[in-house]
Every structure is written in structure tokens, then in C-alpha cells.
Write a protein that binds this ligand. Structure first.
Ligand SMILES: Nc1ncnc2c1ncn2[C@@H]1O[C@H](COP(=O)(O)OP(=O)(O)O)[C@@H](O)[C@H]1O
Ligand SMILES: [Mg+2]
Length: 433
């Protein structure tokens, strides 16, 4: 936008007015009168200028209340320019305020904590997540030194050492936070905090799983290697010993295979992108198969019974076969010879349910809450003797989670156990007619 400066026009006009008035009266009444006339007009013009200067000064003092009129002569142009500047300034301020409030709102929505501090680390602003993470309160702590508010020695060291390229891991209550200080704009500071508690827990679980799995695989491998070495070093061994060794090696090989298979099943069940494929399950058919497997495992050492008295179910047949099969095989394996195992299917108040009960060795109270942890066993040697992997109930837990079902465990050491799978009512299949 180009704006021509027209200031000179009214100034020239006023000079013309003074000259014409002076010259005209001078011509009519003599030089002295002409001079006086010119002076008079000049004085009037000066008064007018002084008046507008006064108005301008008053307006500058309090632009909200005092109004600038159009002004006369050159002032019109000046006043107009000042007005324009002020309007633009107001617009900029409003835009800035709006932008700042939007920026704060966006910061408040961030999943991470943000703290803004001045050059000497006094709190200027923080978002609600930072309040939660670091125990700050913007309302009461504003203007206080952040190192007085976050009293952790590691944090204070971090601030003092000033190696801000590296983030700091901070334990606050039972949370793990990664915080980082970022200097910005001449010597202001921004502190960002990120909650890594869940990530750390998952990471720990993963590490434990790898350690446990390696440990589980090492035992059978050691046995197999031992026999292989014997076979290599002692070719004169007699056939019955050799056969016995072979048999033990095959057993250990199978154990490793079971372990790896269960680990693969668990990994697949845990992966997010493995959706549940649901179908209508013929419950009687499924439970009869499981009962037959249990009979094969028991080889007549237990009395196994099946009662089906409930509706069919929507779910994944293979997964539920593995889950219920696990409970039933546990019941057989942890029940001494001559005991009883019962599988019941019924429709309870809360929906269909499957109860697997036994009269076996039972589980004492302190173990029950941990049974579904991976590799958790009450008695390692018994689990191993009966070809357990320690992953069965972890698989059960995952399958049930995928089916929105719950596992309830009731057990008493020496008396027996009852595992109940409670399905939601919505999983029930209602046959017509
Ligand atoms: N019916 C049961 N009676 C007694 N103890 C059981 C029963 N079912 C499970 N357990 C205990 O729970 C542990 C974990 O079971 P599971 O995850 O299936 O592993 P595994 O059977 O391979 O040892 C078992 O080692 C055992 O100590
Ligand atoms: Mg098991």
C-alpha cells in the first residue's frame, strides 16, 4: 500500500493565508497594519496548533477515553496515521492473545508434561500433565524456583551439571519419568517430562521372559548334549543302555518342542494384529474331544466325567480347545491316581460357564494370584515330571481375555481345585426352535 505524504499542502495553504492577509491589509492601510494583520493571523494559527497538540497529548495519555477529532490542516493526516497505527496494534495484540491461548490449550492436551521457566529457573507456566508428573501446581507454585519444587537430588544434579543434550530418568513415586531440559529464546528453559512406567514394565517382562525361556530350554539341552557326548566317547556301550539314553533324549527333545510351541502360541495371542476369529462352537463336541484327550492322558488312573447342560457359544474353537484342554490336563496331572476330574458346562446367572474340578493336590492360597504368570509353578519338579511347561495358565489367561471371559480359581491344598471360566452372556448362541 503506497500512501503519499500530503503534509505539505495544508502547510503551504497556511503560508499563503498569512501572506495574502498581510499583503492585502498592507496594500489597503499601510505596511504597519499589514504587518500587524499578518502577525494576528500567525498568532491564531499558532493557537490552533497548540490546541491540537494539547488534544494529541491528552489522547496519548489515555487513548481509551479521549477521542481524537479529525484535526485541522496537517493534523488531520497525523491523527489519521496515529489512529491506523493504534488499530493495527490492537489487532496484533488480539491475535497474539488468541494465538497464546490456543498454544496453551494445545500444550494442555499433550500427553507429556511441559514446564516453562525463565533464565533463573523460576516457574512461568506448566501444563496439567507436568503438574501430575512432577507434583507441581501452577496456581500456587508460579514464580517459585523449580529446583525448590522438584527436590530430587538427581534432578538438581542434572540442572547443575547442565548436560541437557542427555535426558534424565527420574523415579517419582512409583512412576518412571524421562525428563529433558531444553534452553530456548535467550536463556528461557522448557522442561519436558515423558512417562515411561508402562514401557519399562513391559520391557522388564520381556527380559524376564527371555531369561526364563533360556533357562527352561537349557536343562533339556544339557541332558541331550550329555548323552550325545557319552555316545560319541563310549562306542562300546551296550544296546540296552544306549536305548535307555535314546529314550531320555527323545523325552527331552519333546519337552523342548512343547516349550517352543507354547511360547509361539503365547506370542501370537499377545500380538495385537491377531484378531479373534469367532464362530459358533458346538460345545458338546468340543468338550467330548477334550474328555477323550484327558482319558488318554490319565490312562485309567482317574475317574473323569463330563456334564453338558448349557447353550452353545460364539468364540474360537481352537483357542478354547487349548484353554479348556489346559485346565483339564492340569486337573489330571495334579491329581494323584484314583482321584476324580469333572468337566461341567452350564448356564449360570452371569452367562455360560465351564467348571473344571479335581480332587487333587490343590494349591495353597499364596500361589493362586500368581498362577497365570508365565513359567510360574508351585512345584517345579512335579510340573516337569508331568510334561508341564509352566505356560499353560498364561495361555488360558490370554485366550479368555480375547473372549471377554474371566478365570476364577478356588483351591485348597490337599483337597482339590476348581477352575471356572465365566463367559459373558453375549457370547451365548441361541438356537431357534
Ligand atoms: N488343577 C491343579 N491342581 C493343582 N495345581 C495346579 C492345578 N492347575 C495348575 N496348578 C499349578 O499351577 C501351575 C501353573 O500351571 P500351568 O501354567 O498350566 O503350568 P504347568 O502345568 O505346565 O506346570 C502348575 O505348575 C501347578 O503348580
Ligand atoms: Mg498346564
Amino acid at each position: 500500500m503506497t500512501h503519499r505524504n500530503l503534509f505539505w499542502i495544508p502547510v503551504a495553504l497556511r503560508f499563503a493565508l498569512v501572506s495574502v492577509a498581510g499583503l492585502a491589509t498592507g496594500y489597503l492601510w499601510g505596511a504597519l497594519v499589514g504587518l500587524l494583520m499578518a502577525l494576528l493571523v500567525l498568532a491564531l494559527l499558532l493557537l490552533q496548533q497548540l490546541f491540537y497538540m494539547y488534544r494529541l497529548s491528552a489522547w496519548l495519555e489515555d487513548p481509551e477515553r479521549v477521542r481524537l477529532d479529525d484535526g485541522g490542516g496537517a493534523w488531520t493526516e497525523i491523527f489519521a496515521k496515529l489512529y491506523r497505527m493504534r488499530r493495527e496494534d490492537q489487532k496484533n495484540r488480539a491475535e497474539l492473545a488468541e494465538w497464546l491461548s490456543r498454544f496453551r490449550q494445545a500444550m494442555s492436551q499433550l500427553p507429556d508434561g511441559v514446564v516453562i521457566m525463565d533464565d533463573v529457573l523460576f516457574l512461568e507456566w506448566c501444563n496439567p500433565v507436568a503438574e501430575q508428573h512432577l507434583g507441581l501446581s501452577l496456581a500456587t507454585d508460579k514464580g517459585m524456583r523449580v529446583t525448590n519444587l522438584i527436590r530430587s537430588p538427581e534432578f538438581i544434579d542434572y540442572i547443575i551439571l547442565g548436560r541437557y543434550e542427555e535426558p534424565l530418568t527420574l523415579a517419582v513415586d512409583d512412576r518412571k519419568l524421562v525428563v529433558r531440559l531444553i534452553p530456548f529464546e535467550n536463556r528461557r528453559h522448557i522442561l519436558v517430562s515423558h512417562d515411561v512406567t508402562d514401557f519399562e514394565r513391559l520391557d522388564q517382562m520381556r527380559r524376564d521372559f527371555i531369561a526364563n525361556a533360556s533357562h527352561e530350554l537349557r536343562t533339556p539341552l544339557t541332558v541331550i548334549n550329555g548323552f550325545l557326548e557319552i555316545a560319541a566317547n563310549q562306542p562300546e556301550l551296550d544296546t540296552p543302555t544306549r536305548t535307555r539314553h535314546m529314550k531320555l533324549m527323545v523325552e527331552q527333545g519333546q519337552r523342548m518342542q512343547h516349550l517352543v510351541e507354547d511360547m509361539l502360541v503365547l506370542t501370537r495371542l499377545e500380538s495385537m494384529d491377531y484378531p479373534l476369529r469367532e464362530e459358533e462352537i458346538n460345545i458338546r463336541e468340543l468338550l467330548e474331544k477334550i474328555e477323550a484327550e484327558a482319558n488318554a492322558l490319565s490312562a485309567g488312573r482317574h475317574q473323569i466325567s463330563l456334564v453338558v447342560n448349557g447353550p452353545d457359544l460364539r468364540g474360537n474353537t481352537e483357542e478354547l480347545r487349548s484353554a479348556i484342554g489346559n485346565l483339564v490336563s492340569n486337573a489330571v496331572r495334579y491329581t494323584p491316581d484314583g482321584g476324580e476330574v469333572e468337566i461341567q458346562w452350564s448356564n449360570g446367572d452371569e452367562g455360560p460357564r465351564c467348571i473344571v474340578s479335581d480332587t487333587g493336590i490343590g494349591i495353597s492360597q499364596e500361589h493362586i494370584s500368581r498362577l497365570t504368570e508365565r513359567f510360574y509353578r508351585v512345584d517345579k519338579s512335579r510340573s516337569r515330571e508331568t510334561k508341564g511347561t509352566g505356560l499353560g495358565l498364561a495361555i488360558v489367561k490370554h485366550v479368555l481375555m480375547r473372549h471377554d471371559a474371566q478365570l476364577q480359581i478356588h483351591s485348597e491344598a490337599g483337597k482339590g481345585s476348581r477352575f471356572t471360566i465365566q463367559f459373558p452372556r453375549s457370547a451365548m448362541v441361541l438356537h431357534e426352535g
